[in-house]
Design a protein around this ligand. Structure first.
Ligand code: FAD
Length: 427
């Protein structure tokens, strides 16, 4: 029987690619009209945009491996740029996170950090970096508690750790798991020069992985069925028997990968498995279309102590287009789209005077369930890929691994589920 995959996000597609290339003809079901899940292309007027800005970095080894498997050259879809981030704050001078090109990686970040922070804060930064390298932090604390334990200054907390934590984990520092934050920093900022590279996509998200992956899966004997919601997973005597689709079709299988968001996982399997109810956090993106000849001058700028957190130049998708990102929960969730845009513009005008006075059009996309809350407790409750039900595997970014909800985490778990099936030697 063919293996089935519920979910055509990056995780389900990663699993399907592995199974298809090994000759197992998987079938992918997705409830939506298009592939990609939480990292997909959306249409706005005549433009193709991303449903949200996805920061991708050189440390995304599994995501880059997936690209290779589906025959996409990295440089045909990404522009690789050395880490170079400026974080602007209303109360402090700008903070530069950028590497000296000719110094060894271990010390390459220090000159810019020292000139923007001063010696005392640099030493505090190093205290955390050393703990990450030697894995000598506690597993059971939040990022905020970690900052207190290592005596981080209010400037470092506000201008560096808070924005980085929200960007990486979409979870406020008061809740975010220090252990997951540390794993991510160890594998990116503190690993090798190229791990910290920014990968700037030159195509909409759907054309990076979802569309080429579909092509690969179908060419290798697999199938993708869109607008096919799985209503029920049929399990008997601790064994998977198949699924029932929204078209009332029963499809039998003895290997099923469930690669959906945690919320949907709970709906599908909450009665069969011990799963916690997950808290989801939002991400809002405000697209501002300026005159086509406007450029930000850098791919991304960080803002701290302000409602808008990251400003990205998306001229490669539409000349003069800027994307403004607000991660995590907050009072902004109760604003209308118009109020949110107005509030964002007030703050942008103060912090980024180089932005033109007037924009042409604005478009707000709110993803209410962008990621799961990656708190200390919540992280420990993530389910493992292998379940107690014979033939049932959990993928998706939520399944247990050392990263928060990211594309890399989604691909890792998709691979892991597919490998488990392959190791079982399907007939
Ligand atoms: C706005 C935003 C910004 C983000 N920024 C970043 C970032 O900067 N960097 C980063 O690495 N990550 C980022 N993420 C997180 C990243 O997008 C997710 O971690 C990743 O896409 C999750 O992929 P997935 O395949 O696990 O799940 P999903 O993408 O949720 O895919 C699940 C799929 O299952 C389908 N489905 C659900 N239920 C059913 C059913 N019953 N039957 C059939 N199909 C079903 C859904 O339609 C969906 O297509 C961001 C997410 C958002 C929303």
């Amino acid at each position: 029987m063919r293996p089935l995959i519920i979910g055509g996000g990056w995780s389900g597609l990663a699993a399907a690619v592995r199974l298809a290339e090994a000759g197992h003809n998987p079938i992918v079901f997705d409830a939506a009209k298009q592939l990609g899940g939480r990292a997909r292309t959306v249409k706005w007027q005549d433009r193709e945009l991303d449903n949200g800005q996805h920061l991708m970095i050189g440390a995304y080894q599994n995501m880059l491996d997936l690209l290779k498997r589906i025959d996409i050259e990295e440089n045909s879809v990404f522009q690789r740029r050395p880490l170079d981030l400026k974080i602007i704050d209303p109360d402090f001078p700008p903070l530069h996170l950028s590497a000296h090109p000719s110094l060894p990686w271990q010390i390459a970040l220090l000159p810019k950090l020292c000139s923007s922070l001063g010696w005392q804060d640099l030493l505090r930064f190093l205290r955390i970096a050393v703990q990450i390298k030697s894995a000598s932090y506690s597993e059971n604390i939040t990022v905020q508690q970690w900052c207190q334990q290592t005596n981080q200054s209010s400037r470092l907390v506000t201008q560096l750790w808070m924005p980085l934590c929200l960007a990486i984990m979409n979870t406020p520092i008061e809740q975010a798991s220090a252990s997951v934050f540390a794993s991510t920093l160890r594998d990116s900022l503190l690993a090798k020069r190229h791990s910290a590279d920014l990968l700037i996509p030159n195509k909409p998200l759907g054309d990076l992985i979802p569309q080429p992956a579909r092509h690969f899966i179908e060419e290798h004997g697999g199938e993708v069925r869109l607008q096919n919601r799985i209503e029920k997973i049929v399990i008997e005597s601790g064994k998977v028997l198949g699924v029932v689709t929204s078209h009332h079709e029963f499809i039998a299988t003895n290997n099923l990968i469930v690669a959906v968001s945690p919320h949907m996982l709970y709906k599908l399997l909450g009665e069969e498995l011990t799963l916690p109810k997950v808290i989801d956090y939002p991400i809002s993106t405000i697209y501002l279309q300026y005159s086509p000849n406007f450029r930000l001058g850098t791919p991304i700028i960080g803002l701290s102590n302000s409602l808008p957190q990251w400003v990205l130049d998306r001229s490669n998708q539409s000349p003069g287009l800027i994307a403004v990102v607000i991660s995590g929960p907050g009072e902004h969730e109760s604003l209308t789209k118009m109020q949110l845009t107005e509030q964002v513009l007030i703050e942008l005008t103060k912090l980024l005077p180089e932005l033109p006075a007037n924009y042409q059009t604005a478009h707000v996309i709110r993803e209410k369930r962008a990621t799961f809350c990656c708190g200390v407790v919540e992280n420990k409750q993530r389910p493992s890929c292998k379940t107690t039900i014979d033939g049932l595997w959990i993928a998706g970014d939520y399944a247990e691994n050392r990263y928060p909800a990211t594309l890399e985490s989604a691909v890792i778990n998709g691979y892991r589920a597919a490998e488990s099936i392959l190791m079982g030697n399907l007939p």
